[in-house]
Design a protein around this ligand. Structure first.
Ligand SMILES: C[S@@+](CC[C@H](N)C(=O)[O-])C[C@H]1O[C@@H](n2cnc3c(N)ncnc32)[C@H](O)[C@@H]1O
Length: 518
């Protein structure tokens, strides 16, 4: 659902751009337009080239900015960039700052989009920093071709810091800093990050690895800004950053709270994309918490569900003991996890489950045993290996005699759980036997045989099959272990997934029911 009505009240893109008008004025825009059956002008938002032309034309028509956007760099979506600038305007107002505003944009990118908008729209003085030489080169060209050198200065960051290196002169003063950090830890995370519970993004994908990926991801980047902000509290009035993942927002707010720092947040809503803004200040002249935030009212709050972990005789009731046990349970359930935060009294994990491995465990184990026996009887030593799809056929045959819901349960189970690994493991054994016993057999003579030379080939092939058929997550959640005095609690908060909130209730129930038994 489009969320234009939740954009900042002063955002001009609450009203969608008039494509007909743009097509009349800009021939390059006209060339990317198409007429739909109703005679309406549309464009293909999924095509990065189209996004580039649209952004360049809007920058010209709405801000009189001539901006070159390189093919291999991020195309800045204007509604979001404008939402961020407008929010900073609000923040400055609460601090009664109106004249001679000076700001810093950390990681300005090839378009220097924030400095250009801030300078052109508000006459703010901006410093834009960048680590990437190529982006910096284009950014300088963009500043120059808009005659904004008096207001914008760009700096190469060659340090390991985000801000500190700019303050060699101790008494430099800025009103704010802003940052759209690289959001991801790795390129793989770029592809896996979007919750399947949400509709796919309307816009095509743009951006280079250096713009999107940073060591430790955005949380680490924001933490670095926070750490440096403590040394720069007298140099910068308002520190701000954008955050792209909700689970990182929560963590970052806890960091700020732990340090006793006053802060405020906002949601930047535009199209199908939501980002978050966090601002903090060390100045007492204004209470940032009083700031009204623009909220996306379409989303209901997901409150975490919690249970107090009981003490189990002969088991260590310490952070390490409980964390290890939780990880063991998650491994056992084939639930993937990533540690987000590890503190003395808190462990925070982002978990992803692809199949329901926690329901009807006893029945599944019984069926699995039966099926294992049937399967191990079937293929003869030295026979051609079964691909997972062929295994599925064997499962279907073996299940003919079982009850309908049992069959479904095994089908679910097959998708990603230990049963499939067992089957494939058993096939691997058969395979090694085949290779060892038929070393001089030419695979070409056996039309149906797959040429195989060693064991690693087999595993890598299985992995490829697993990757390409990876289903959408069933459940994605934040799991937290928290110690207060000598009591430990475990909470789980639903983030997304096809299984809905019920899936996290079930996972918690499984952990509760089995904690004493494990
Ligand atoms: C997500 S892009 C944002 C670009 C631009 N601000 C925008 O909103 O379109 C992040 C940018 O930060 C730059 N960057 C990464 N680490 C940096 C650092 N330590 N200091 C300055 N820039 C950095 C990257 O090269 C990249 O251009």
């Amino acid at each position: 659902m489009a969320m234009n009505k939740y954009m900042h009240p002063r955002n001009i893109y609450r009203i969608p751009p008039d494509f007909k008008k743009l097509a009349d004025i800009y021939p390059q825009f006209s060339s990317i337009c198409r007429l739909d059956v109703t005679g309406k002008i549309t464009i293909d938002f999924k095509d990065p080239r189209v996004l580039r032309v649209l952004t360049a034309c809007l920058l010209k028509s709405d801000f009189d900015l001539d901006v070159s956007i390189p093919e291999d760099r991020l195309v800045p979506t204007l509604p979001l960039r404008l939402n961020y600038i407008l929010w900073i305007e609000d923040l400055l107002e609460t601090f009664d700052r109106t004249d001679n505003i000076k700001g810093i944009d950390i990681g300005t990118g090839a378009c220097a989009i924030y400095p250009l908008l801030a300078a052109k729209k508000n006459n703010w003085h901006m410093i834009g920093t960048e680590t990437d030489d190529e982006s910096l080169k284009v950014a300088n060209k963009n500043v120059k071709q808009n005659n904004l050198e008096d207001l914008i200065a760009l700096r190469k960051n060659q340090s390991k810091f985000t801000l500190k290196y700019l303050f060699l002169e101790k008494n430099l003063q800025y009103d704010f800093c802003m940052c759209n950090p690289p959001f991801y830890v790795s390129l793989q995370e770029v592809w896996e990050s979007r919750s399947p519970a949400r509709p796919p993004p309307k816009n095509g994908f743009t951006g280079s690895p250096q713009e999107l990926v940073t060591e430790g991801g955005e949380l680490q980047f924001c933490r670095q800004i926070l750490e440096e902000s403590q040394e720069l509290k007298d140099n910068i009035l308002i520190f701000t950053t954008m955050i792209g993942h909700k689970y990182n927002l929560k963590e970052f707010l806890l960091d700020l709270k732990a340090e006793g720092i006053k802060c405020t947040t906002t949601e930047f809503c535009q199209g199908r994309v939501t980002r978050w803004g966090v601002a903090w200040s060390y100045h007492n002249s204004c209470d940032l918490l009083k700031l009204v935030t623009v909220k996306d009212k379409t989303k209901k709050k997901n409150s975490p569900i919690t249970f107090v972990i009981p003490k189990v005789p002969d088991q260590s009731y310490t952070m390490e003991g409980v964390s290890n046990k939780l990880k063991f349970v998650l491994d056992d359930l084939k639930i993937q996890y990533k540690i987000i935060t590890k503190r003395k009294n808190e462990l925070c994990l982002n978990i992803i489950a692809y199949t329901n491995t926690w329901s009807n465990q006893r029945r599944k184990r019984r069926l699995q045993k039966q099926l294992d026996n049937e399967l191990l009887k079937k293929p003869k030593f030295g026979s051609i290996i079964n691909t997972p799809i062929e295994n599925k056929g064997i499962i279907e045959q073996s299940l003919e005699h079982h009850k309908k819901d049992d069959v479904q349960s095994i089908r679910d189970c097959y998708n990603n759980d230990s049963l499939r690994e067992k089957i494939e493991e058993s096939n691997k054994c058969i395979m090694y036997g085949t290779v060892e016993n038929n070393t001089d057999e030419d695979p070409i003579k056996r039309p149906n045989a797959r040429p195989v030379d060693n064991a690693s080939n087999i595993t890598s092939e299985i992995k490829i099959i697993e990757n390409t058929s990876k289903p959408n997550p069933l459940s994605q959640a934040i799991v937290k272990i928290n110690w207060k005095e000598d009591l430990c609690s475990l909470s789980i908060e639903y983030l997304g997934g096809t299984g809905g909130k019920e899936s996290v209730h079930q996972i918690l129930q499984f952990i509760k029911n089995n904690w004493n038994k494990l």
